[in-house]
Design a protein around this ligand. Sequence first.
Ligand code: BTN
Length: 241
Amino acid sequence: NTVYFYEETGSTNIDAKRLAEEGAPHGTVAVADKQNAGRGRRGRVWQSPAGKDIYFTLLLRPDFAPDKASSLTLVMALSVAQAVEAFCGLTTGIKWPNDIVVNGKKVCGILTEMNVEPGYIQYVVIGAGINVNLAQFPEEITGTATSLFLESGMQWPRAELLQNVLKHFEYNYESFLQTQDLTGIRAEYVKHLVNVDKQVRVLDPAGEFEGIARGIDSSGELLVEKEDGEIARIYAGEVSV
Ligand code: BTN
């Protein structure tokens, strides 16, 4: 696999999409030390200072149907959670669909984008930002964000951690390909899912409601038990505790 390293860039997701348009193959990685226009989900900004954290984007060219591609973001979430656990010895959780938390605070966010033609996937880019060695966060997010350094008291080598993430992703992706869904890794994912059996408030295209999260189905949709006992499947939207 080719890894493109940028000391400074706008956003590795944009780099990966450009590389894809230029014909870069499946498995290409763009990684940066610093991003000037790091982007989060829902148009938010992802602060990306130099020298501390991991910002990378993986380019995939899957040959399965477009509707399966959104599950890949959960494959990456599980891979980061497992890598941080294996490498740093920290217990990790996943907040559906793809935030990784340690001791209740976010250490990693994932932004997946794709270019889909009718009937097939041109490419998918999965970008992840991992708060590794950062010691200080802006005041607005100190209550909700943390880093591996703050939770473990140790500085972690970023290249090795990234390698570990990609190794786990490769393994989990193989499993995904067997059935073209999350069947093989669903139990592992749900083990990490912090929302399980907890009250969640769902804000999705269908409106806003509350229920108890029960897990995910094999496509990655969150299963939420409503008050009347009915199980709703959430495929998009925001879930808060
Ligand atoms: C989120 O809002 O939780 C998603 C954050 C995703 C940030 C990563 S950093 C590498 C890649 N490049 C970007 O501009 N965003 C993603």
